[in-house]
Design a protein around this ligand. Structure first.
Ligand SMILES: [Fe+2]
Length: 276
């Protein structure tokens, strides 16, 4: 049985009814918004092994550096270790810990996929350690609710970026985009499921309301500056189809709808922000 078959049919082999969470989300149609790309730009297509224009390769590596999940990235393996410790220390029961282990298994699957891509692109990069630069990865996770928000917001960021890679000019990335998008949305839904459990009682909802002030601005900041000088270059080369402001706005509309359904009040979107 080939490795991909083992990875591909894992969801069918009797996981908890809840996992994978993406199944329910996609059963009701496309859960994510369409990102209206910039149409009047040249269409590039580069496959593995093709000679890449220098600027293009530089931008592609810059984008992949943000994508931590890579077997050769020591910082990613460290983050996964932290996730296990958090589950052990903060999760309320066996079922939620099992869900977290399913999440980890899937991130390790992504680590293999991005490793393959990295080896085909730049062997030195495949082995490079890239510490998580964005402050959202370093916000203290002191409660189960913190960890739930981390997954709801941060994995969703991954899903939105993967949605955009479906039209990527780099073919190896385009090929894996739908799988990574689906999985990351599932991880975000896991976080959301935990939040619905936490908000079932008054104390839990008050905690969720309080912690939202910490996680909401960080989540919106993960899309970078709206006037980023690189964004037009990414779009020109077909590595991204929309700018930071557009994808952030689409993301905000999605999370606001979900948060309102939880019954929490939305923070002011400009409060405590570092990258507008
Ligand atoms: Fe994820």
């Amino acid at each position: 049985m080939s490795e991909m078959t083992i990875i591909d049919d894992a969801p069918e082999r009797g996981r908890t009814d809840l996992w994978p969470f993406w199944r329910k989300a996609y059963a009701q149609g496309d859960p994510l918004p369409k990102l209206a790309g910039h149409v009047n730009r040249p269409t590039y297509r580069f496959d593995e092994g093709d000679p890449l224009p220098e600027e293009y390769k530089g931008l592609l590596l810059k984008m992949l550096r943000h994508e931590g999940e890579r077997a050769g990235n020591k910082s990613f393996l460290g983050l996964m270790g932290t996730c296990l410790e958090l589950a052990e220390a903060l999760f309320p029961n066996q079922e939620t810990k099992l869900l977290k282990s399913e999440y980890l298994a899937e991130e390790l699957k992504h680590a293999i996929m991005f490793h393959r891509l990295a080896v085909g692109l730049d062997r030195a990069f495949a082995l490079r350690d890239v510490p998580y630069a964005h402050y959202a990865f370093h916000l203290p996770r002191e409660s189960w609710a913190d960890d739930a928000y981390f997954h709801f917001f941060v994995d969703l960021n991954g899903a939105f970026h993967s949605r955009d890679w479906r039209a990527s000019s780099y073919i190896p990335l385009r090929k894996m985009a739908a799988t990574v998008e689906r999985d990351e949305l599932g991880h975000s839904e896991m976080g959301y499921y935990f939040l619905t459990l936490i908000c079932q009682d008054k104390k839990g909802k008050a905690l969720a309301q309080h912690l939202l002030g910490k996680w909401y601005p960080a989540a919106l900041d993960m899309f970078g500056r709206s006037d980023s000088p690189n964004a037009p270059r990414f779009i020109q080369w077909g590595l991204k189809s929309v700018g930071n402001a557009e994808i952030r706005q689409a993301y905000k509309q999605y999370v606001d709808r979900k948060l309102e359904a939880l019954g929490v009040d939305l923070p002011d979107e400009r409060k405590n922000r570092r990258f507008l």
